[in-house]
Design a binder for this molecule. Structure first.
Ligand code: URA
Length: 316
């Protein structure tokens, strides 16, 4: 039985086809790219605003939109909805409002580890000679460059330990972004990949696998923008791992980045009017960090004044 079916769900905005174009277009036009990575010393030429304009028409995006039923019954090759009894069990506990912070964090890590097992099935191996206490033997080891885990701040941080305890040879890059509440464009305030940027920008990063993680694939704006950043750094083998997803976010990634694979433990019904996943698990960042401010209490005027002071006027 599906968890969604046993709940009385009202109030789900089926914001799908109408908003699909705007979501993808906005995510690709992300502004304020990571200036501080462009240093003379490193001679990196990453454009200050590397945002890409969507070159697919609104009609085409709408025609290609996959409903929840299609994603469940006839999933495209890049969408992996992982079914495993233990993952489902842990996910149900994580969804419950009765679950406290420490247990929630542990569950997110365990589910993340489990999803990363599936997401890394295609890692390349090479033979290696070892000696067991009994005799010589040939085993295998992971070949090639160390993979990069890229948590999207801040909730993505909650998945890092779980994925990293599976991908023990990984490195970590970090991306922080938030959405400007007037323009709805994602603002990238932090993006740091690895040391040796010159090598990364021009060299072998193409061969390095990257695993972007965010527990909640909701509108898809952050995911699409983050994948775009990684591509601008030269990454080509990118996968996206989320605990929960909804059709809006899955479609956004599939349309903006058809070459990316998505791994998720559940495809929920949709988003409510505040952008929360329904039935979801609430605000993952809040639950992971034990913080309790929400947007209603946030002083956006003060925030705008600060942003304008630092960056100049924001167009609405
Ligand atoms: N981010 C969250 O933390 N929760 C949601 O439901 C959607 C986005």
């Amino acid at each position: 039985m599906e968890v969604n079916e046993v709940l009385q769900i009202t109030d789900v905005l089926d914001t799908n086809i109408e908003h699909a174009y705007d979501t993808v277009a906005r995510a690709l036009q992300a502004t304020d790219w990571p200036r501080f990575l462009i240093t003379e010393k490193e001679e990196i030429r990453i454009p200050k605003k590397a945002g890409r304009v969507l070159d697919v028409s609104r009609e085409e995006i709408q025609a290609r939109y996959l409903s929840r039923e299609q994603l469940l019954n006839d999933p495209p090759a890049g969408f992996h909805l992982i079914h495993h009894p233990m993952i489902n069990h842990k996910l149900t506990l994580a969804r419950s409002r009765e679950t406290g912070e420490a247990e929630f964090e542990r569950l997110i890590n365990e589910i993340s580890l489990a999803l990363s097992v599936y997401a890394t099935e295609d890692l390349e191996e090479e033979p290696v000679q070892i000696a067991t206490p009994i005799c010589g033997a040939v085993g295998t080891q992971i070949a090639g460059m160390k993979p990069t885990i890229v948590p999207i701040w801040r909730a993505g941080e909650g998945m890092k330990p779980g994925i990293r305890s599976w991908l023990t040879n990984s490195r970590v890059g970090n991306v922080g972004l938030y959405r400007n509440h007037k323009t709805l464009l994602p603002i990238i305030y932090y993006a740091k990949m690895l040391r040796g940027l010159k090598k990364i920008a021009y060299g072998d990063v193409k061969k390095r696998a990257a695993y972007v993680c965010d527990p909640m694939l909701a509108t898809g704006v952050s995911a699409v923008a983050t994948i775009e950043i990684l591509k601008s750094f030269g990454y080509r083998k990118i996968k996206f791992i989320s605990i929960l997803s909804v059709p809006q976010g899955v479609n956004a990634i599939l349309m903006a980045h058809p070459d990316i694979e998505i791994y998720t433990a559940a495809l929920d019904v949709g988003l409510d009017e505040r952008g929360y996943i329904v039935p979801g698990l609430g605000d993952a960042g809040k639950r992971l960090n034990g913080t309790d401010w929400d947007d209603e209490e946030f002083d956006w005027e003060e925030w705008d004044a600060l942003v304008e002071y630092v960056d100049g006027p924001v167009e609405s």
